[in-house]
Design a binder for this molecule. Structure first.
Ligand SMILES: [Ca+2]
Ligand SMILES: [Ca+2]
Length: 231
């Protein structure tokens, strides 16, 4: 199923995605304030890396929020099975035309986020599990929601099982500024048997069974959250 993103919403993201030369980049806190209305503290609430869980029958809707990086146009974002970090599932390549993508049919288990970066013809991939990065460097801040859910407006609701991811794209050896505002993505876990996606044990299963079943608009994502909250 393909849904059309409401034009007004798309216009907002298109504006955010426009490269601006010489502008002053917003801090992680500024971005989070814009997303959550001040409900998330960039420092106190953050996890320095981490993962998320998918239970049986649960789906993941990833929403590309904004990026503040010179390489935003070529950075590749996705997820990987913690049991097999070499197997990457690409979700967004560069600045996507469609901001929200839903993945269904993923094997239950523990997943991490990756960002593939090519700063100078020497590409690399960094992971939300810091121990997978050179020098165990934290390259992603993760923000978890609450049982009641943090209202993120048009983006939906950040529940316990969901993650808001803030990536740093550059490693130290290529001149990183470690501002962690290079890409923001909301990972919204929904559906399934109401396990919350938290307690499922990691499973060494193949992730080959996944399929992209929908390119969902933001309205769709919001409805999914409301259904989950109601259920
Ligand atoms: Ca940046
Ligand atoms: Ca950066």
């Amino acid at each position: 199923m393909i849904r059309t993103i409401p034009s007004a919403v798309f216009a907002v993201f298109a504006a955010l995605a426009t490269p601006l030369v010489g502008y002053s980049e917003p801090s992680v806190q500024t971005v989070l304030d814009g997303i959550s209305g001040g409900q998330i503290n960039a420092s106190a609430d953050r996890y320095s890396g981490g993962t998320f869980s998918l239970g049986a029958g649960q789906s993941l809707t990833a929403t590309w929020i904004e990026a503040h990086a010179g390489l935003a146009g070529t950075n590749v974002f996705g997820i990987y099975d913690v049991a097999d970090p070499g197997s990457l599932i690409t979700i967004f390549s560069g600045i996507p035309a469609t901001n929200a993508v839903t993945l269904e049919g993923l094997a239950p288990g523990e997943y991490g986020f990756f960002l593939s970066v090519d700063p100078s013809g020497d590409p690399y991939t960094v992971y939300s599990q810091s121990q997978l990065n050179p020098g165990d460097t934290t390259m992603a801040y993760l923000y978890q929601g609450t049982a009641g859910g943090i209202d993120l407006g048009t983006l939906g609701t950040l529940g316990l099982e969901d993650r808001l991811v803030a990536f740093e794209d550059l490693l130290a050896n290529v001149g990183s500024d470690f501002d962690y505002n290079d890409l923001f993505v909301l990972a919204d876990v929904s559906g399934g048997g109401g396990t919350g996606g938290i307690s499922e044990a990691p499973e060494p299963a193949s992730i080959l069974a996944w399929v992209v079943v929908a390119l969902a608009g933001l309205g769709f994502a919001v409805r999914r959250r409301k259904q989950l909250a109601a259920g």
